[in-house]
Design a protein around this ligand. Structure first.
Ligand code: ADP
Length: 917
């Protein structure tokens, strides 16, 4: 079967231009089981695409491979039970194994002496990076053959990059926004800005890609990541929708449904592990780490601020407070982006019924130029057993807009104490860097820029990064046990799942990192060229590293058939483990140059780990490393290598009737033992630290384009308003959908106005409205009583704007559930109304909402007709902002029950049953 499958591929009607495909396929020949797609950021730039497609692939390969002089040893074949076509040579594994990126040490003079001693030239480090990535599979850790050749290659690449940059600069469509405080927010910028929409040009570029010819598909579920969509489209992947589960990659914003996980074929990939909420839910994370503190000792797991889950642990909180006084930071249990967070000096300031996670507030954070900052680093786990963790070399540093002052009087100020972009962006002093090269400008920096900055101040950045690696590994170890057991129960194939976690880390002024939380599906929204650069590289490297199999439809159907046969006999991956006798037999049969004692599954794991490492791009593998067993071996069960976090369960939990294995041990031994094939100094500490400190450069600019804003015509708006008012006076009504659209556009205008020109009394009105409205955007305690914040300030305006922004986001999401697919009798025709909305200004929207409310006596933008607790319509004062003044009285004192809207005839989405893990 293997050979015929291969023939089917090569002779099929799909005609390939192999020379080009080599650039976009790696780890194996097209048609082999290991071949995976390569993703690059440079083709996000339309101008580069052309150059790239014209450049002969032979030339590209020469650029990439010329320096590989080391003869290639063919990687070992895998276990027999699955078809293996031609084995990849190292050259194949190399092609496209890295992003076409160059890495510049931006400020070489900043390297301290010891660095210079270790790495005589920055170019040597670049060379090391290529060599470590390129030779890890086949050349068994040999030094690159010719360093001068490598040097010149790097120089050449840099020069190319400069030329390309110049060319793009000259013809730049000026997609970058200028340095602008948040007050420039326009109609379409209220929500965190994102990459431009996918253009036809993207799709056209994709047509020529192997992924398109191979019909590789992706599916989004409950997420909309434009950056990712764009990457998929330019690389030729096609989207599947609805109930179609014939995807190669499923990207979901939420945890996955059980039945989807259970039925994954070997070539399918999903971006979550089952039960990873053990890491990503604040309360679960703290509990898991706390357990490890008890089991393994506080000194080993002192990585999170002391935390309590309310209301259950209210008494413990009080006891802790009496021992060591506050302040405490209170976070709603299921919330993100700084929503609902407040800081108190003492637990009695927290409302009794609050369901929250309360942590010791770290009062002495690391500050940059007086501003508190925290880190978002990106952690990729490709397997929990064995544990394989990568940390992306670049991260984001978020700065608070207001200078830090630990005095208790300032605890209310979110723009001083919270570093979330989603809060600080509303502050009128917030500065975005407008150039991707400016990594230490404004209120968002890169991690490498922070490290270089700290190094200049003689801080021990090496120790800082080692401590961050340690914190990440320990957090994963603390949560892994339950995820591993879920994987064993539900995930059918070893490579099906991977997950990118967003770790939020606060560094205190003694440079100790503290884990604040781990984000499921970290935001890929981009609001600046810097963001675009980091996140595009991150995503492209992630997709290449995890490896989306480059399978043709024929290969897929072969696996599907094989898979359904397999599933009918067993549904557990564990059942495929061979017995000890099988082990020897197989090893003999294969010649097993890797290790005679490895089972087929172990060989697969080892081989995958090596191939994946060769494709890691900017990811730094932090587990396993050469000393990982020495450092973390004690936290793993001695028999099966599983991180154990529950006392007394030990290895029994994971014993199988078939065979006991210890994948962590096996992998470490084979990668790092003397005769292991990974070179001893590869992925070593010095290399990793160097990688974190260098600046990330792409070889072409990645366009950051704002959505085009539609120019509104004021005169036309006024003309259409007159028509709408006349219709309403004559008895026409707005549909609930139209009313909600009008209301959200109106509030958007208010938000924009308040951000540009704060008005004390308008802020108070908005807060009162939101407070009464309730739900997830209820203002935090400090804001519920306006007396606590007496002085109107930029920070208060920012907080009100943030709350209104959050409200609008939810409101607009709810509005999407309403339909207006046809015109209703007695209602305003939708086409005419849309015209009005296109040009309406705040006053036009207000006039329509006011008249409609006064004439009809209903408030369809907040309540449906048959709502049970609809309050009477309040009288709306005439004149400018009358509607705004009446707003708080439109909400009943019991708030608004969002569930009620489901009874509305226009509501289209009823909750479908969701079965989440
Ligand atoms: P969210 O998920 O809502 O963003 P985080 O836990 O990330 O919540 O916290 C939001 C912000 O609050 C962080 O940016 C950080 O600056 C600050 N913060 C959170 N926990 C602490 C703490 N224990 N000590 C000091 N600051 C904290």
């Amino acid at each position: 079967m293997p050979s015929s499958l291969c023939e089917a591929l090569t002779n099929s009607s799909i005609s390939f231009d192999y020379q080009k495909e080599d650039d976009w396929i790696t780890s194996g020949k097209l048609g082999s089981r290991e071949a995976v797609l390569v993703f690059r950021t440079n083709i996000l730039n339309p101008k580069i695409r052309k150059t790239l497609s014209e450049k002969s692939s032979a030339q590209v390969l020469t650029d990439t491979k010329d320096n590989e002089e080391k003869p290639v040893q063919s990687p070992q074949k895998l276990a027999e039970e699955e078809p293996t076509s031609s084995e990849p040579s190292s050259k194949e594994a190399l092609s496209g194994s890295t992003q076409q990126k160059i890495f510049l040490l931006k400020k070489p003079q900043q390297c301290d002496k010891s660095d210079k001693l270790t790495f005589s030239s920055p170019f040597k480090k670049i060379l090391n990076r290529y060599s470590s990535s390129d030779t890890s599979i086949s050349s068994e850790g040999e030094e690159p053959a010719n360093s001068s050749e490598n040097k010149s290659r790097v120089l050449k690449t840099s020069q190319n990059a400069i030329n390309i940059k110049l060319a793009t600069d000259l013809s730049n469509e000026s997609g970058y926004e200028s340095i602008a405080p948040a007050k420039t927010i326009s109609n379409t910028e209220v929500i965190e800005e994102d990459q431009e929409e996918t253009s036809e040009d993207d799709a056209e570029c994709g047509i020529n890609m192997p992924a398109s010819k191979l019909k590789i598909t992706y599916k989004f579920h409950q997420t909309e990541t434009k950056l990712l969509r764009k990457l998929f489209n330019v690389h030729g992947l096609t989207e599947v929708q609805g109930e179609n589960n014939n995807f190669n990659l499923l990207w979901t914003g939420v945890h996955m449904k059980l039945d989807i996980v259970r039925n994954l074929a070997p070539y399918q990939r999903v971006n979550h592990f089952p039960r990873s909420y053990e890491m990503t839910r604040k309360d679960r994370l703290y509990k898991n780490i706390e357990r490890m503190q008890h089991l393994r000792g506080m000194k080993h797991f002192d990585i999170v601020p002391q935390t309590f889950v309310l209301p259950i642990e209210s008494r413990d909180l009080v006891v802790a407070h009496n021992k060591h006084r506050g302040p405490w930071i209170v976070k709603p249990a299921a919330s993100s982006r700084g929503r609902g967070i407040f800081i108190v000096n003492s637990p009695d300031q927290i409302p009794q019924d609050e369901q929250a996670v309360v942590s010791k507030y770290i009062v002495d954070p690391l500050c940059i130029d007086g501003h508190k900052c925290d880190l978002r680093v990106y952690v990729l786990v490709t397997s929990f057993d064995p544990l394989i963790i990568y940390l992306y070399e670049e991260g984001i540093v978020r700065l608070a807009t207001v200078k830090y002052d630990r005095h208790a009087d300032n605890l209310w100020n979110p723009c001083m104490h919270l570093c979330n972009y989603s809060i600080n962006k509303y502050h009128s002093d917030y500065i975005r860097s407008s150039d991707a090269q400016d990594e230490d400008v404004g209120h968002k920096w890169t991690l490498s820029a922070l490290l270089r900055h700290l190094k200049l101040q003689s801080c021990d950045t090496r120790q800082l990064m080692l401590n961050i690696e340690d914190l990440i590994i320990k957090a994963v170890l603390a949560c892994a046990q339950s995820i591993i057991s879920a994987c064993r129960m539900f995930v059918p194939n070893g490579n099906n799942c991977f997950e990118l976690y967003g770790f939020d880390i606060l560094i205190d002024n003694a440079l100790k990192p503290w884990l604040l939380e781990i984000n499921l599906s970290p935001s890929m929204g981009v609001d600046s060229p810097l963001d675009t650069k980091v996140k595009s590289c991150l995503m492209a490297d992630l997709l290449t590293c995890v490896g989306i199999p480059a399978y043709s439809p024929e290969m897929k159907s072969h696996y599907d058939q094989k898979w359904s046969r397999f599933r009918s006999s067993s549904c557990q991956r564990i059942a495929t483990f061979p017995s000890t006798s099988q082990k020897t037999k197989k090893s003999k049969k294969k010649g097993a140059a890797i290790n005679l004692n490895l089972t087929g599954e172990e060989q697969r794991i080892l081989r995958n780990a090596r191939l994946q490492y060769s494709r890691r791009g900017g990811f730094v593998r932090i587990f396993p490393t050469d000393d990982s067993m020495q450092r973390y071996g004690n936290f793993l069960d001695s028999a099966n290598g599983i991180p154990i976090s529950t006392p007394n369960v030990q290895s029994q939990t994971f014993q199988t009737p078939i065979i006991q294995h210890n994948y962590n041990q096996m992998l470490h031994q084979n990668l790092y033992s003397k005769d292991g094939r990974q070179k001893q100094d590869d992925n070593n500490e010095a290399d990793r630290i160097w990688q974190y400190e260098r600046a990330l450069e792409t070889d072409s600019e990645i366009p950051f384009v704002k959505k085009p804003t539609v120019e509104k015509c004021e005169v036309e708006g006024r003309r259409l308003r007159k028509i709408m008012l006349k219709k309403i006076s004559n008895g026409s009504e707005l549909t609930p959908f139209q009313a909600r659209q009008t209301f959200s556009m109106y509030l958007e205008s208010v938000l924009r106005r308040l951000t540009e020109d704060p008005k004390d009394n308008h802020e108070k009105i908005i807060l009162k409205f939101l407070n009464k409205f309730g739900g997830s955007v209820k203002p935090p305690v400090m804001f519920r009583n306006m007396q606590t914040i007496k002085v109107a300030s930029k920070a208060r305006s920012a907080m009100v704007a943030k709350l209104l922004g959050d409200f609008l986001e939810n409101y607009k999401r709810d509005t999407e559930a309403y339909v207006d697919s046809f015109d209703h009798f007695g209602m305003i025709p939708s086409s005419a109304y849309n015209q009005f909305l296109m040009h309406a200004q705040e006053s036009d929207l207000e006039a329509v909402l006011t008249l409609h409310t006064n004439v009809t006596g209903i408030m369809p933008f907040l309540y449906n007709r048959c709502g049970l607790s609809v309050p009477p319509t309040p009288p709306i004062p005439s004149g400018l902002h009358g509607f705004l003044r009446a707003l708080p009285s439109m909400v009943s004192s019991t708030g608004i029950n969002r569930e009620l809207s489901k009874y509305d005839g226009y509501f289209k989405n009823f909750d479908k049953e969701k079965v989440f893990l």
